[in-house]
Design a protein around this ligand. Structure first.
Ligand code: ADP
Ligand code: MG
Length: 466
């Protein structure tokens, strides 16, 4: 399927322009599926996961037919029901954002926490769209503070949650007060039976839209939580490493010292491993990253700060050894895995004092964490041969400034009686030096031949780094 832009829709130019300004380059799948129907005025029942852009899906059609100049006391044009105050506020923000080119547009939240009298005054001054919880909105209807006769669209957002919270009677009471030719839009993350009944009772030939979780999201990441008990965290790490075999593993610590300690510990266990932290100079950091990227390190241990924004490609396993200081750090950390449709695993260790924080992290990650059992302890440390990397790194003391090119190096290394081309990996050319990954299975003789050999007929200084 090709990407679809909002400009392919019969939307007012102002709305299309705002989506562009907001950086909504293409529609999300639920928007692609639902917007055309909603713009035709059809009833719709839709399902897609959190964060998939449902708010814009129901808000743009509402905004598209709002008559801003029609702004009489208490006469509403659209109503959106949400389960909570926070969700209502979020929807209000998104509608105001999308409708920012409509001068005079009034969007009013109607939820608890604000005196009903203040809301009544606001309604009197003229409001186009109300967004609120069923209870509070019904209050205002009963007090006859709203003229519902011009309402064209009703949205039930997070309908499953509203039913779960026992709002069914309020919803029914509200709908019975609304015009007959109403467009009803129902969005829900899940489809319990109650939703089906609600739809059958109130919707007219609804279009049904369901978007399966796309393969490009973090759904491809298994997210595992291990609770730390009395056993030493380092031992737990060793067991996790054995249980989740992977070629490249990124481990996060919160301090530079923790990085250094863990690197030493792992190296003592024979693991090809490097660190990445702020006390290292630029050259050391570059080398660590190069060796991790080219397969010479099986494990990289890093702080959040040192690893920020760096490109280390696709990883199979990310371990939150130290609990992230901010939930967003977790998102950044695990964003290194499960990319481009490939699967990955993220592990987080939870100490006694972090048991509550993990729920916040889980919420932000918008995922359900698994809490597997680590099983019995079978041995101390890692099994022999565990930590061996596939590659090793040679440094050539010459680079771009010496007009060295990857093809020259590959040619020299694989030339007469040299290596198989499969035994040469990434070649990373810097200004004055070059890193070349070669198989870690090479013999000492093969390595010294490479170190002594010539490249493009010229002798360079070449050293093995690990
Ligand atoms: P949902 O209601 O499905 O959980 P939201 O409507 O809250 O999701 O949208 C999640 C985020 O995606 C919001 O920050 C929103 O601004 C943004 N968003 C919506 N549509 C698009 C789009 N087409 N392109 C990029 N971002 C979008
Ligand atoms: Mg939503």
């Amino acid at each position: 399927m090709t990407a679809q832009t909002f400009s392919s829709l019969p939307l007012k130019p102002d709305l299309i322009q705002v989506t562009e300004e907001l950086g909504y380059a293409t529609m999300t799948p639920i928007q692609v599926e639902s917007l055309p129907h909603l713009l035709e005025g059809k009833d719709l029942i839709g399902q897609s996961k959190t964060g998939s852009g449902k708010t814009a899906a129901f808000s743009l059609p509402i905004l598209n037919k709002i008559q801003v100049e029609q702004n009489r006391y208490g006469v509403l044009q659209a109503m959106i029901l949400c389960p909570t105050r926070e969700l209502s506020a979020q929807v209000v923000r998104e509608i105001r954002k999308l409708g920012r080119k409509f001068e005079g547009l009034q969007v009013l939240p109607l939820t608890g926490g604000v005196p009903g009298r203040d809301q009544a005054f606001a309604l009197d001054r003229g409001v186009h769209i109300v967004v609120g919880t069923p209870g509070r909105i019904l209050d205002h209807i009963r007090r006859e503070q709203m003229d519902l006769s011009q309402i064209q669209t009703l949205v039930l957002d997070e309908a499953d949650k509203m039913l779960e919270m026992g709002f069914e009677d309020e919803i029914s009471a509200i709908i019975s007060e609304l015009p007959r030719d109403l467009q009803t839009v129902l969005f829900s993350a899940t489809f319990p039976e109650g939703i089906e009944l609600l739809s059958q009772r109130y919707q007219k030939n609804p279009v049904k839209v369901k978007v399966e979780d796309s393969a490009e999201t973090s759904d491809l990441i298994r997210q595992l939580v291990y609770e730390l008990g009395t056993e030493d965290k380092k031992n737990i790490l060793m067991r996790v490493l054995q249980q989740h075999e992977a070629d490249s593993i990124l481990i996060f610590c919160n301090t530079k010292a923790a990085v250094t300690n863990l690197v030493e510990l792992l190296q003592d266990q024979g693991v090809a491993c490097g660190g990445l932290q702020g006390d290292m100079d630029q050259r050391q950091r570059d080398l660590s990253m190069a060796m991790f990227r080219n397969g010479s390190y099986k494990i990289l241990v890093a702080t959040d700060v040192a690893s920020r924004g760096i490109d280390i490609g696709q990883l199979e396993l990310v371990i939150n050894y130290d609990f992230p200081l901010q939930p967003e750090d977790y998102i950044h950390r695990i964003g290194r895995t499960g990319r481009a449709g490939r699967s990955g695993t993220a592990v987080i260790f939870v100490g006694p004092s972090e048991k509550f924080k993990i729920f916040e992290v889980e919420k932000q990650a918008k995922a359900t964490f698994e809490r597997p059992n680590l099983g019995f302890k079978n041995q101390h440390g890692l099994p022999p041969g565990y930590g061996q990397a596939k590659m090793q790194t040679l440094v050539i003391v010459a680079g771009r400034k010496d007009k060295l090119r990857a093809g020259d190096i590959l040619g020299a290394f694989t030339g007469d009686g040299g290596l198989q081309s499969s035994e040469v990996g990434k070649i990373e050319i810097h200004d004055t030096f070059t890193y070349v990954a070669v198989s870690s299975m090479l013999s000492k003789e093969q390595i010294s031949r490479l170190c002594e050999g010539k490249i493009k007929g010229k002798k360079y200084q070449v050293r093995a780094l690990n």
